[in-house]
Design a protein around this ligand. Structure first.
Ligand code: PBG
Ligand code: MG
Length: 330
């Protein structure tokens, strides 16, 4: 039995900064952060994204500068997303397989200039398709599973050959993790990790991202035949179980804050590395609140990131990564 008031006062350990630090159950450091970056063609380009205030698309040379910034801030890993020029977008997204595409050029440049920072690459066809979906369509517009998965395997091999450290399939096709793992092993990429977007929900929070990669105006319909229904939690556990059985090294829950319950359940059930993606709409919501004078940026950035750690995450993908790392450095 524990004591009760007045012998027990829970405010006692909160009464000074040193004691609050001493009793903190959870820590957040720059090493927990993965910084998503958008790549564009050209040199010397910084192209601001209107719906993501404070976030830009960068040309490859400037991505390298961001890589050095990440290293200096103690950020462990960068996630890359290309804005493919419109004339290279096709029904089948073949540009995803081009060894000299924007993604591969950025991977090579980063691994050459800052090899100590991890590079995570997105596997999905939406930045390369003319219709903005993550896979191949049949005549009715349905996203085909198995033929898409074959493309994703080739896309993953292309990124691994360019030097990607973590392959992160964000497409939600069934069976792709096992196929990609087999192909990576077969090609000798035994230490290339897979972080599966295992529980990715069809969400209203992806809008600014679609602006950033240039797929928003192209996308017809929604992604509900492949991304999950927000009503479902047990199904997320099944998705995670399958991806782990197929060889995922870590799993992701996405979006972040609206799905903290899923993060907690996945971590409790599987005891594997779980990551959260605090997505573009979540970032935009914080920035809008700050702009409206309704929130203080520094406080809500650190509080939301701590929430992911408290729920059990090994790390978080966040557009606030550099800002948060600066705050954490003091
Ligand atoms: N493969 C698509 C993809 N990969 C990452 C995001 C969203 C990330 C964000 O909103 O920050 C999306 C959007 C979508 O599914 O339409
Ligand atoms: Mg799945």
């Amino acid at each position: 039995m524990t004591a009760s008031y007045p012998a027990l006062r829970l405010r006692r350990t909160r009464s000074s900064p040193w004691s609050r630090r001493l009793h903190a159950e959870t820590v957040l450091t720059a090493a927990d952060l993965i910084w998503p970056l958008f790549i564009s063609e050209g040199t010397g380009i910084e192209d601001p994204i209107a719906s993501l205030p404070g976030v830009s698309r960068w040309s490859v040379d400037n991505i390298v500068a961001r890589g050095k910034e990440a290293r200096d801030l103690g950020i462990t890993c960068i996630a890359l997303f290309p804005n493919t020029p419109p004339h290279l977008r096709t029904a089948a997204g073949e540009e995803a397989l081009n060894p000299d595409n924007l993604m591969c050029r950025a991977i090579r440049a980063l691994k050459q200039a800052v090899p100590e920072v991890g590079v995570l690459t997105d596997v999905a066809l939406d930045p390369y398709t003319a219709h903005g979906h993550d896979g191949l369509l049949d005549e009715s517009g349905y996203v085909l599973n198995d033929s898409t998965a074959e493309m994703l395997v080739q896309q993953a091999l292309n990124q691994a050959a360019a030097g990607a450290d973590i392959i992160a399939p964000s497409d939600m096709m069934d069976g792709r993790i096992g196929l990609i793992r087999d192909a990576l092993e077969g090609a000798g990429h035994v230490n290339v990790q897979i972080m599966s977007y295992a529980a990715k929900y069809a969400s209203g929070f992806y809008g600014p991202f679609r602006d950033a990669v240039g797929s928003r105006g192209l996308l017809k319909g929604d992604k509900k035949t492949y991304q999950m229904d927000s009503a479902n939690a047990e199904e997320a556990l099944r998705e995670v179980a399958l991806d782990l059985a197929e060889g995922a090294d870590s799993v992701m829950v996405k979006p972040g804050l609206p799905y903290l319950d899923i993060i907690l359940r996945v971590k409790s059930e599987f005891q594997v590395p779980v990551f959260a993606y605090q997505v573009s709409g979540e970032y935009a919501m914080i920035e809008a609140a700050v702009a409206a004078g309704a929130a203080e940026r520094d406080a809500v950035v650190l509080e939301t990131l701590m929430a992911f750690k408290r729920a059990g995450c090994a790390g978080v993908l966040t557009y606030h990564a550099a800002h948060a790392a600066r705050l954490l450095a003091g």
